[in-house]
Design a protein around this ligand. Sequence first.
Ligand code: PMP
Length: 466
Amino acid sequence: MTLSTLSPSPVPVRTPHPTGPSVRGPLPGPRSAELLERQSRRESNARTYPRRLPFAVRRARGSYLEDLDGNVFLDFLSGAGVLPLGHNPPEPLEAAHRQLDEFVHGLDFPTPVKDEFTGLTLGMLPEPMRSRTRIHFCGPTGANAVEAALKLCKTATGRTDVVTFQGGFHGSSLATLSVTGLVSQKAPVGGRMPDVHFFPYAHCHRCPLGLERDSCSVNCAGFLERSLTDANGGLPLPAAVVLELVQGEGGVIPADPEFVRRLRAVTRELDIPLIVDEVQSGCGRTGTWFAFEQYGIEPDVVVASKALSGLGLPAAVILYDERLDVWQPGAHSGTFRGNQAAFAAGVATMKVFDRDDVLANVRARSVQLIGRLKELRALTPQVSDVRGLGLMLGVELADPVTGRPSSGLALRVQREALLLGLVIELGGRDDGVLRLLPPLNCTEAEVDIAADILRTALSRALSAAG
Ligand code: PMP
């Protein structure tokens, strides 16, 4: 069966492929290979995903992707965390279709659909934050929204410096690259935003301070507290601290709760705005609408993008405390800030979350998947950690003796998994972490299929390594 035999949209059943993934030949298949070859001649050398996931997409539905050669993959990449309800979910798709016929490009004019989207989005915040939160619609990327957050905090405080964390990822624009940890991407780009200070991100499994595993009493928090308050610490009071609550690209590292609590306390005490970058962790990915809810903190600025529309139509916002609302008209303008179809899809998505209690599914599937991933440890001591929050999960592969990331093994597992019909991403230091971002409405059966494939893929990758 291929996806072509599925009923046309809107699809009544969410999981369209009863027999699971099927890959019939070597990858890429001949028709995909043709497009990949043309792509490699015509597109930038910076192209990313098709290098390690070599296929051309024909169509997709629910948790499944079909390539041009008829191979069907279970997609646990979800458009880099963009698709909370899988591909082409019926209600958001239908809402977007209807909106396309009405009005598409809205700049920042109010419209009924934007009004509803705004109300529902603010309503997703914890109750005490709702009435004092403002929303700004940004250019339609996560990076643009992080830029907006940084600009807003600089303007509101009149300060210059920004504190960020090692291992973090905030985007590929100049300013967001400047607050990102990835040295290889920033080293070739001169003229980055100055006055950025990187601090260690508490992660006891791989202590950034090189301390013994059990000796930590959240030293990273103490170091940051002392640095912020030391008159000779070299760090002027910053305009903002920017933080991912789960470092995604950095290797799926949930922040330590005590670290976050103390970080919030010290930033509040010193009146430093705390920006949480929930571009990847937001919109239900971690089992609550925003990850910060699980940390018992209230940030000053929340950045959201990827999954906001629920359909893959681009949208990005910052949600911030009204005391920061100092911008003059036009202070963060942008042509593409009013994608009405994205708002319509977003409204439908939030309603589906409510109707189907998708967050409960995230939590249940998370327990199931973590349990299954932990079984992988029995296969090899190179599975050094299984971690994450909700359905933002990672399996770290590392040499048990040296502790170095097993990048080669991770690459082989990704490749073997693809050959068995599962799409996953890599990340973390030297790409040594298998990253899983399944649709948030994935089923118990799909999680089992993915886990079985990963198990076989790891066994095969280990045998190939000899
Ligand atoms: N912040 C985080 C946490 C991200 O994961 C990403 C994208 N992976 C971004 C910002 C940048 O988003 P975009 O690619 O849409 O600019």
